[in-house]
Design a binder for this molecule. Structure first.
Ligand code: CP
Length: 306
């Protein structure tokens, strides 16, 4: 049985298969309407979510399966002190697969150690968010036609942004990728990621100014400053609007650069940018359903209808 705790739990070849299956689903969704009949997905969300939880649930429903779960720690027995280990032991007898989001880094890994069903990390603290990464990769592959030969700019909160950490790990396995890491000093990538990039000989630059590099990018990955991970409100207020992507900045970018954002957005992308055809973040959120359908199928080892 396979669990998905980190984006690199899939080999590059498995990941490419997942993306191919996602694209088959996009092309002919009717072929997949019944493949999970009789199966149940549990969504165990100890932290707020709109896209991840609902796209997981939509994915299972699209496959003909059923869903159960909770959307906050308060509405589960975690509020009475139950451990993740005990919860997953119980859920293992109620469902066939589960997606878990938790504010503590490593909680989904702990769950996987006690689970008899596949566990998918749906975001753990400031650590990883593998299914957002699969969504991002599907978006890049579908819209740019490749996952290699790319200059990728990450902008904003690179310290706490788990989607950034996961996508860097995943893209670093493809050829000729360069990362432009755009953030203030306080929100630079964690040391362990910097050390991994250096050890892997992956080209990257850490800079402060988006204007200095936007013209070089194939992909601009904007991120929200993660208020919920800050230790004090003063720092958050000082940093929250440090980058705002607007039409003036977009005018400096290549005509085929695409703008991704895992969402939710706060102020970091001005709504005027939404009308620019290079702004693909809502399309990206839609792709999240297809890639999660493909992932559920792979983990439950079910195939498309003939
Ligand atoms: N991208 C993402 O994880 O969004 P939610 O927090 O709404 O699930």
């Amino acid at each position: 049985m396979k669990h998905i705790i980190s984006p690199t739990d899939l080999t590059v070849s498995e990941l490419n298969e997942l993306l191919e299956l996602s694209e088959e689903i996009i092309t002919d969704p009717k072929k997949f309407t019944d493949v999970c009949r009789g199966k149940k997905l549990a969504t165990l969300f100890y932290e707020p979510s709109t896209r991840t939880r609902l796209s997981f649930e939509a994915a299972m429903l699209n496959l003909g399966g059923n869903i159960l779960g909770f959307s906050s720690a308060d509405s589960s027995s975690a509020a009475k002190g139950e451990s993740v280990a005990d919860t997953i032991r119980v859920i293992s007898s109620y469902a066939d697969i589960c997606a878990i989001r938790h504010p503590k880094e490593g909680a989904p890994l702990v769950a996987s150690n006690y689970s008899s069903i596949p566990v998918i990390n749906a975001g753990d603290g400031g650590h990883n968010h593998p299914t957002q990464t699969f969504t991002d990769l599907l978006t890049i592959k579908n819209l740019k036609g490749r996952l290699n030969n790319l200059i990728v700019g990450f902008c904003g909160d690179l310290k706490f942004g788990r989607t950034v950490h996961s996508l860097i790990h995943a893209l670093a396995r493809y050829e000729n990728i360069k990362f432009m890491l755009i953030s203030p000093e306080e929100l630079r990538i964690p040391n362990y990621i910097r050390e991994e990039l250096i050890a892997g000989n992956i080209p990257f630059e850490e800079i402060r100014c988006l204007d200095d590099t936007i013209a070089d990018l194939d992909i601009l990955y904007m991120t929200r400053v993660q208020r919920e991970r800050f230790f004090n409100e003063e720092d958050y207020i000082r940093l929250k609007d440090i980058y705002i992507l607007d039409n003036k900045k977009m005018a400096k970018a290549n005509k085929d650069m695409i703008v991704l954002h895992p969402l939710p957005r706060v102020n970091e992308i001005s709504p005027e940018v939404d009308e620019d055809p290079r702004a693909v973040y809502f399309k990206q959120a839609e792709f999240g359903v297809y890639v999660r359908m493909a992932l559920i199928m792979k983990l439950l080892e079910v195939k498309a209808n003939a």
